[in-house]
Write a new protein. Structure first.
Length: 277
């Protein structure tokens, strides 16, 4: 199994051992939280928290709004491993920076992962506070987390990168709870600078509905590890050039919580449904 070889180093093995000793159990669902969405971690019950800095070889994030904590416990009746915060390509110049954390999720038993992010919208009707279910993505970063992967497993199929059954479950969760849930294509820019109005015009032409600086490499890595993937965007702003105002990370952090309650309810509803099956 590829995740086993990823955890073969002494550092990685120590991280896996620490989590197993701290939790004493296996898990079924992984979650990764984006900028300003750390409050979603409050949903986890019977929790055990381990800072990334205590996990040998784990990447750390210097981005405000990313706590950098592994949280293990129960959510809506399922055992989950949640990362409050992530590291980014633009911080480490490495699109595979989240490879070890995702390999750890897989080694702990997670067969699916829920990715969340804060994103800019290309549509005025999908404004700040909206929730978007990612149906597909466009990689505009110029990089890929499987660069330098030596095996033929690097040729990961992405025809259905975002699992259709899981997307259908999120649609049902939204309908049951009367939560508006947009669908759209997410376009990954490398960051850390925000996009230009010209780049947003280009993104619209090629079919993007939202833009951001994460998620895509994690989706590719999760598929590499044979995990089912579903992803949600919390819309924090209209994209560059749409309002006449400059963009900022403070705006992202301020507006992410406006969609957080929607994401909490949607994720909780899906996990409850999965727990019954």
């Amino acid at each position: 199994m590829s995740e086993i070889s990823d955890l073969a180093s002494a550092e990685a093995a120590d991280a896996l051992r620490l989590v197993r000793q701290s939790t004493g159990r296996r898990f079924s669902v992984g979650l990764i939280l984006g900028s300003g969405l750390g409050g979603l971690a409050d949903m986890v019950e019977n929790r055990i928290e381990i800072p990334f800095t205590n996990l040998p070889g784990f990447p750390t994030s210097g981005v405000s709004g990313h706590a950098g904590t592994l949280i293990a416990g129960d959510l809506s009746g399922l055992p989950v491993v949640l990362y409050s915060g992530r590291s980014h390509f633009y911080e480490h110049e490495d699109a595979a920076v989240m490879r070890r954390p995702i390999a750890l999720m897989k080694a702990l038993g997670c067969n699916m992962v829920v990715l969340t992010n804060s994103a800019g919208s290309l549509h005025p009707e999908m404004g700040p506070g909206s929730a978007m279910l990612i149906t597909d993505h466009i990689n505009f970063s110029g990089s890929n987390p499987l660069f330098r992967e030596p095996s033929d497993r690097r040729f990961v199929g992405l025809t259905e990168a975002y699992d259709k059954d899981l997307r259908d479950r999120f649609d049902r969760s939204a309908k049951r709870q009367s939560i508006p849930l947009h669908h759209g294509v997410y376009m990954w820019f490398s960051g850390p600078s925000f996009e230009t109005p010209a780049e947003i015009n280009m993104a619209r032409i090629v079919g993007a509905d939202a833009v951001g600086m994460s998620t895509v490499p994690e989706a590719i890595l999760a598929r590499f590890f044979d995990m089912r993937v579903v992803a949600l965007s919390a819309i924090t702003n209209l994209a560059a050039g749409m309002t006449g105002q400059e963009l900022s990370h403070d705006e992202t952090k301020e507006n992410a919580p406006k969609a957080a309650d929607k994401l909490k309810a949607l994720i909780g509803g899906v996990l409850e449904e999965l727990a019954r099956t």
